[in-house]
Design a protein around this ligand. Structure first.
Ligand SMILES: NC(=O)c1ccc[n+]([C@@H]2O[C@H](COP(=O)([O-])OP(=O)(O)OC[C@H]3O[C@@H](n4cnc5c(N)ncnc54)[C@H](OP(=O)(O)O)[C@@H]3O)[C@@H](O)[C@H]2O)c1
Length: 337
């Protein structure tokens, strides 16, 4: 099968994509799985990499096929692959640790008709799910599962019920999963996003909605406090700013980590010695088939499903990135391949 991909040859605007079939052959070795991609999805990480915003902390080699999320059919497997077989419908977040030695190309990403990943990053797609729904899920749902979901599990295990959760950035790719995950734990959810998305996030489980465009929106945030968890997906809050509305043992999750939140989260044990039990932590998503299996259970039980804002063909990748950067749609943007 001929591989077709959206390639970038340098950092730049959304116009710098080139669709090409002049690509090296992908052959899975060891624990690798070759997937015929039916759908991929876009994450802000993709346009942050493309534009060069992350060039100093996450430098890239070119040419490069971007994209983290894939859903498709297994077409070949490496020798040590045990769980997956040719013909399986699979999805996952592609392996970012593959060495950049793909015949001169950097990592083989998701914006392509063929993608390579490790077996331990992929799971089979639940029967109730389409390829598009599956492609909309991995990075965003894993981010929520590995941060908010972990915290909700821990607090519930400690006997805490009906937690008061604030989700800042509730209508986006991560936020729409976060609201549903919090609802699955019977949390009381206050959601922050644009007013045009309030009906949507209410339908996902938010009880209160606040529009961050209003000048007095922080007054409303304070009125709804004190929160057990503040999940700052949009990255527009600081821990210091949130402390007055956080419970005594409340947690602030920074979804867009910066130097301050990284240092703050590392110093948490020291602060606790001095009696400060409010703390901050940073979300740091990583591919994981075992976490995706738990997500599959939540999907099958009807607790979570992705919100698909818009679909684009691979050839429309420039339009798709422009729409993502402009925040034109709620939920996830899908690339059909
Ligand atoms: N640390 C990690 O592992 C990790 C993983 C995934 C994502 N991220 C990062 O998390 C961020 C969000 O990702 P995403 O996929 O959810 O993005 P997205 O789909 O673009 O959604 C962005 C959300 O933020 C809201 N928003 C925009 N400006 C805001 C502001 N000033 N105040 C409050 N809310 C605001 C938007 O609301 P409206 O559209 O309603 O205006 C929307 O709900 C990105 O920066 C991404 O890179 C980090």
């Amino acid at each position: 099968m001929t591989n077709r991909a959206a390639v970038i040859r340098h950092y730049g605007s959304a116009e710098c994509f080139e669709i090409t079939t002049h690509l090296p052959t992908l052959t899975p070795i060891d624990n690798q799985v070759l997937v015929e991609v039916k759908a991929a999805s876009i994450n802000p990480l993709d346009w942050k990499i493309r534009s060069g915003q992350l060039r100093y902390i996450h430098p890239q080699r070119f040419p490069l096929v971007l994209g983290q999320d894939i859903a498709g059919v297994v077409t070949a497997v490496g020798k040590s692959v045990k769980r997956l077989k040719i013909g399986d419908r699979v999805y996952g977040m592609v392996d970012q640790s593959l060495k950049p030695s793909w015949n001169g190309f950097a990592k083989p990403g998701a914006y392509a008709s063929l993608a390579l990943s490790r077996e331990d990053t992929l799971v089979t797609i639940p029967d109730v799910y389409s390829f598009e729904q599956a492609a909309a899920t991995p990075l965003a749902a894993l981010t929520v599962m590995q941060s908010l979901g972990k915290l909700l599990r821990e607090k519930s295990a400690d006997g805490k019920q009906n937690l008061n959760v604030l989700v800042n950035g509730a209508s986006g790719g991560v936020g729409t999963f976060a609201v549903q995950m919090a609802k699955a734990y019977q949390a009381k959810i206050t959601a922050i996003c644009s007013e045009r998305h309030h009906t949507l996030v209410q339908s996902l489980g938010a009880q209160q909605c606040i529009d961050y465009h209003r000048n007095d929106f922080m007054d409303e945030v304070i009125r709804q406090g004190a929160y057990d968890i503040i999940y700052d997906i949009a990255g527009s809050f600081t821990f210091k700013q949130c402390r007055p509305v956080l419970q005594k043992r409340g947690t602030f999750i920074a979804n867009v980590p910066n130097v301050s939140s990284l240092i703050g989260s590392m110093l948490t044990p020291i602060y606790q010695i001095f009696g400060q039990h409010q703390h901050q932590t940073c979300a740091w998503v990583h591919p994981s088939a075992s976490d995706l299996s738990v997500i599959n259970d939540l999907i099958t039980a009807g607790h979570i499903k992705p919100v698909i804002g818009q679909r684009f063909a691979l050839e429309e990748i420039t339009k798709a990135h422009q729409a993502g950067e402009a925040g034109s749609y709620p939920g996830k943007l899908i690339i059909t391949v």
